[in-house]
Design a protein around this ligand. Structure first.
Ligand SMILES: Cc1ncc(COP(=O)(O)O)c(C=O)c1O
Length: 414
């Protein structure tokens, strides 16, 4: 395509809306991930709040845009309050979970250099289930990210294996709350005790759980200890653009000891003076901060608790219904909102079931370990479609059995 002379907005708008028709119908819950949606009223608020500060640049927050600085500070303070921080804690507003995780590894690396008691090349220990962004961080930052097998019985990080693997290169341990592949929390309390004992940095990846678990706990659900109040936790990432329901481009990297925030940042004495940023980006969208601020204040404790209740009830409805379909089995344990299910019948191929669901218009996410499976990350957008999903799933299972169908594994997670 070549840039031509300009066209009128109404025509372009129509064209863009037509393009949307190519996508999976997320409003009807066809996507098992990617989308965090409550209703059109919240969507309108998100759009307006984002739009109000879309032009402003958070690179200039300290001098040109005190509005952004104030909103960013408010968002960080509210998150610290929710996630076990205290007066000494602080945080960095980032563009997403990936940036938060890369910055966490960078902060730990620069802290380790300052400490002077670790041997280079530095090493980070993580379970195999930790998000790929840790390995990307290792690649970018010249740090080795060593992944250990998850515990086979509950898919959680194997703390004994972590303890055995620590050597004088090891600077950091990683735990997830929960991890994406199986939706379980790693034993953060035990990892924290180990980190404290060996003088290491523990990062908790609560990108998924950070804005869901605290509200689920307030609603009475059993949520394992995972936040900054757990002894030994140095930093925690929480995505506002996931269960915080803000527009994309909003995550936080929180530090238990605020003075360590400086290890995440970057400063350069340039020909025109000092250039300094908190995170990886230079220019940053003011809209992402404004939207996070507006959504958090609009939803508030009661709004988030209601969303958490809907998410967990919907998860329960899915898993109970799936377990009732002969041949299928929900993989347990899972904590909160992400689960997988597979086949317990050698004559029922789960990949063929996935293919049959795709033919019925569902976007199907797959899982590999401990068994080939189908994965759902539940969201309020799924609440109205559970019965439709289960009925299509039941029909898909019948179709696979009748045709003795064998499917193909699609390894693409994203
Ligand atoms: C546990 C976990 N951490 C980090 C991330 C990365 O977040 P983002 O896609 O916002 O960069 C994800 C994304 O799904 C995740 O599930």
């Amino acid at each position: 395509m070549r840039l031509k002379n300009g066209r009128a907005w109404p025509e372009l708008r129509q064209e863009m809306l037509a393009l949307k028709e190519l996508d999976f119908d997320w409003r009807r819950g066809r996507l098992p991930s990617y989308i965090y949606y409550r209703d059109d009223a919240l969507l309108a608020l998100q759009q307006e709040a984002y739009g109000l500060f879309m032009i402003e640049n958070a690179l200039g927050k300290a001098r040109a845009f005190p509005s952004l600085l104030k909103m960013e500070r408010d968002v960080i303070a509210m998150a610290l309050d929710l996630l076990g921080g205290d007066e000494a804690s602080d945080g960095i507003f980032t563009s997403g979970g990936t940036e938060s995780l890369i910055l966490a590894v960078k902060a730990a690396r620069d802290w380790a250099r300052a400490e002077g008691r670790f041997r280079e090349p530095f090493r980070v220990l993580a379970s195999e289930t930790a998000h790929p962004a840790f390995s990307r961080a290792g690649h970018l930052l010249n740090v080795e990210v060593h992944r250990l097998p998850m515990r086979s019985q509950d898919f959680r990080a194997d703390v004994a294996a972590f303890a055995d693997a620590i050597d004088d290169h090891t600077i950091m341990l990683v735990g997830s709350a929960p991890h994406y592949p199986n939706g379980v929390f790693d034993p953060i309390g035990e990892l924290g005790a180990l980190a404290n004992d060996r003088g290491l940095w523990l990062h908790v990846d609560a990108c998924v759980g950070g804005f869901l678990a605290p509200f689920a706990r307030l609603n009475g659900s059993p949520v394992p200890a995972f936040d900054l109040s757990v002894p030994g936790v140095s930093s925690l990432s929480a995505d506002i653009h996931k269960y915080g329901f803000a527009a994309k481009g909003a995550s936080l990297l929180l530090f238990r000891h605020g003075e360590r925030k400086r290890y995440g940042g970057f400063s350069f004495d340039w020909v025109k003076g000092t250039y300094a940023t908190d995170g990886l980006l230079g220019t940053r969208p003011g809209g992402a901060i404004a939207c996070a601020w507006a959504v958090m204040n609009h939803l508030g404790l009661d709004g988030y608790r209601a969303l958490a209740a809907t998410t967990l009830q919907t998860t329960e409805a899915f898993t109970t219904g799936i377990d009732r379909i002969p041949g299928l089995r929900v993989v347990r344990p899972y904590d909160l909102c992400i689960f997988t299910y597979g086949s317990e019948d050698p004559d029922l191929d789960i990949n063929a079931v996935a293919d049959a669901m795709s033919r019925r218009g569902w976007f199907v996410a797959r899982g590999l370990k401990p068994i080939p499976s189908i994965q759902i990350a539940v969201n309020p957008v799924h609440a109205p479609i559970v019965d439709e999903y289960l009925s299509d799933l039941s029909a898909s299972v019948d179709e696979v059995r009748a045709g003795k169908l064998v499917g193909t594994f699609d390894a693409r997670t994203y």
